[in-house]
Design a protein around this ligand. Structure first.
Ligand code: PLP
Length: 381
């Protein structure tokens, strides 16, 4: 019989929907807004770096914490952008994707029964990762317009609280935390001696000023930051991410990594090195495109029954669905059946998002106009 810790762990809902849509698309014209990955290909100079690495024989294991060049480049990047110093030897760990890095964090810090606080709407893997490690996810319902409700954070903290997870910019809403909100979280984490786990994988895809948690120097000893290459550089399949944190935690996480994955893929690490050291204009171009698509969707749905919460970053946006006709209980199923639009049901991101769906802006502007036309048509009917 399988282990008890698997009881209650659910399959990834966004992946389940994506599979269903692939099936339906064989026979129907479905506009697919489920995807959690860029619709761009990895930039050529990044691909070339991996090819060069493979051809020059860099095909063996690397140091478990990642190739030194990459750790140095990550350190330099944080110094340059945020003026903060992370030691490549002891405070940076390269992981096979950010998801794996987040799982390592949970494995390293959670004892059975520990509570981990997160804000709705949250990325759907956090709660399962926490539960998988015998922790208890404590979700704080969102406030108006799905804003993370940091004002009630203190009330949610108990003697069992171990950590606060924040995701900034947020998947699924694209919201970017402001300085006051981050400061409030930092102050409470300091006051109660909690870890902050900050998932900043969409930090480079921001349409307004983005503040990283590393900018709060006084929380450094309690901050574990997760970032990676999947989204900003269109490298989801390459599986490279990294963690920054105090040596005390990174050294423990490294033990899990050594006995789990050994190291991230060697050619992928050379590709990631080219990504972080090379030109950044492809990142800016992709970000600008997501922003244009966001603007088109916001403007196009303005006079429909579907209320959009404009995003500040990422390639996602939350859309409120009007009252469902009888016979329907799931927003995403309704949109799929009635409009041929595939998206992720809001409830996946916490109860307070249950009137919403998540749209991914990873399709062309022309297709986004088709989405708008379909939703507008139904209103007038
Ligand atoms: N964190 C968030 C908020 C995400 O949305 C995702 C992927 O969708 C990940 C982490 C996982 O990233 P990776 O593909 O690098 O494992």
């Amino acid at each position: 019989m399988y282990a008890n810790r698997l009881l209650g762990i659910k399959p990834s809902k966004s992946m389940a929907m994506a599979q269903k849509v692939q099936e339906l698309s064989k026979t129907q014209n479905i506009l697919d807004l489920t995807w959690g990955q860029p619709d761009f290909d990895t930039p050529d100079h990044i691909k070339q770096a991996a090819i060069n690495a493979i051809l020059s024989g860099k095909n063996g294991y690397t140091p478990s914490s990642g190739i030194l060049e990459l750790r140095k480049a990550i350190s330099k990047y944080y110094e340059l952008i945020y003026g903060t110093l992370y030691d490549p030897d002891s405070q940076i760990l390269v992981t096979p994707g950010v998801k794996q890095g987040l799982m390592y964090i949970m494995q390293a810090i959670i004892n059975p029964g520990d509570e981990v606080i997160l804000f709705e709407p949250y990325w759907l893997s956090y709660t399962d990762m926490i539960a998988f490690n015998s922790g208890i996810p404590k979700a704080i319902p969102a406030s108006m317009n799905l804003r993370p409700d940091v004002d009630v954070l203190e009330n949610a903290i108990t003697p069992k609280t171990k950590a606060i997870v924040i995701n900034n910019p947020i998947n699924p809403s694209g919201y970017i935390y402001n300085y006051e909100e981050l400061l409030h979280i930092v102050q409470l984490a300091e006051k109660f001696g909690l870890y902050i786990i900050s998932d900043e994988i969409y930090g480079q895809i921001s349409f307004k000023k983005f503040i990283s948690m590393v900018e709060f120097e006084n929380i450094r000893e309690n901050l574990i930051l997760a970032n990676g290459f999947s989204k900003a550089y269109a490298m989801t399949g390459w599986r490279v991410g990294y963690l920054l944190g105090p040596e005390s935690v990174i050294s423990k996480i490294s033990l899990i990594h050594q006995h789990t994955a050994t190291c991230a893929s060697s050619p992928s690490q050379y590709a990631a090195l080219a990504a972080i050291e090379g030109e950044q204009k492809s990142v800016h171009k992709m970000t600008d495109t997501y922003m244009e698509r966001r603007n088109v969707l916001v403007a196009g749905l303005k006079n429909t029954l579907f209320k959009v919460i404009p995003s500040d970053g990422t390639f996602y946006m939350m859309v409120q669905v009007p009252e469902l006709p009888s016979g329907y209980t799931n927003n995403a199923v309704y949109l799929l059946n009635e409009f041929g639009i595939a998206c992720v049901n809001g409830q996946s991101y916490g109860e307070s998002a249950s009137k919403y769906v998540r749209f991914s802006l990873t399709l062309s502007e022309k297709q986004i106009l088709d989405v708008i036309a379909r939703l507008d048509y139904k209103k007038k009917k």
